[in-house]
Design a protein around this ligand. Structure first.
Ligand code: AMP
Length: 282
């Protein structure tokens, strides 16, 4: 089975309003393509909540800093379309950058505070680009429900806050992180990894899991947990640790003690590939 691929704002709006005219509720799963089983799980979750799911596939230039992997980001539209159809999507929105950004943007969405820690310092402008393009996609598709992955925890918190602050009438649903059998979180960027990097990469999830075990054993001091996490990540062959943080699960601010739900979140660079992952605590 194949599904329609709209490349213009006008055509996706027409398709969405036809579906809405038939009484369908609309879901949106925003992605950058190079889809994998993690994306498929979000599409299935959306399809379990609403009757008509749009998957957007857009490698968004405004969320990449100069020198990041915008140009080499994998683009695999044909395979993506098959995965979307299999997972229960009804349409794909795959615009090119000129369609989304016909003029240089003068209007941006910035979600203060939540962008300051974790990935914020090493990816300046990233979350502003994400929040802005997600609001544009919401305004184009007008979804009742939009689904995001817990793997991108900071992005998720930012979108959740944006819809509250700006009264966006879309319900945000969250899908759990889908992993390989060895624990590595699925990511479109995993295909950049060399064989040696790929075999080292599950160490990231092992390190996060180790921290959860320490919390289960009674450790509550966030700095001791953080330095143990960092030490385990540094020990991964070829890894450079961008950050290893223990933060409040809701505010993403660093904490001193594990008292309320918390998040252990990391970014690790293996070769040229930056991987992020997180685990909730306790
Ligand atoms: P991306 O295409 O990487 O921008 O991701 C699109 C959506 O898929 C985001 O909401 C991500 O959080 C989500 N996602 C990415 N990887 C995974 C995964 N391994 N499991 C579940 N969701 C994921």
């Amino acid at each position: 089975m194949s599904i329609p691929i709209a490349t213009t704002i006008e055509s996706i709006r027409l398709a969405v309003s036809a579906a809405r005219g038939q009484g369908r509720r609309i879901g949106l799963v925003p992605t950058m393509g190079a889809l994998h089983e993690g994306h498929a799980s979000l599409i299935r979750l959306a399809a379990s909540k609403v009757d008509w799911v749009v998957v957007s596939i857009f490698v968004n230039p405004t969320q990449f800093a100069p020198g990041e992997d915008f140009d080499r980001y994998p683009r695999t539209l044909e395979a993506d379309a098959a995965l979307c159809a299999d997972a229960g999507a009804s349409a794909i929105f795959a615009p090119n950058p000129r369609e989304i950004y016909p003029k240089p943007l003068l209007t941006w969405v910035e979600v203060d505070e939540l962008g300051k820690h974790l990935c914020g310092p090493s990816r300046p402008g990233h979350f502003r680009g994400v929040a802005t393009v997600v609001l544009k996609l919401f305004n184009i598709v007008l979804p009742d429900v939009a689904v995001f992955g817990a793997k991108d925890a900071q992005q998720l918190r930012i979108i959740q806050r944006m819809v509250i602050d700006l009264n966006v009438p879309t319900l945000i649903e969250v899908g759990p992180t889908v992993r390989e059998a060895d624990g590595l979180a699925l990511s479109s960027r995993n295909r950049y990894l060399s064989l040696a990097e790929r075999s080292a990469a599950p160490g990231i999830h092992r390190a996060l899991h180790g921290i959860r075990a320490r919390v289960a054993a009674g450790e509550t001091d966030a700095e001791r947990l953080r330095s143990a996490l960092e030490a385990e990540l540094i020990a991964i062959p070829g890894a450079r640790v961008d950050y290893a943080s223990i933060v409040d699960d809701a505010t993403l601010q660093p904490i001193a003690k594990i008292e309320a739900p918390a998040l252990a979140a990391v970014a690790v660079v293996l070769g040229k590939t930056r991987l992020i992952d997180n685990i909730t605590l306790p």
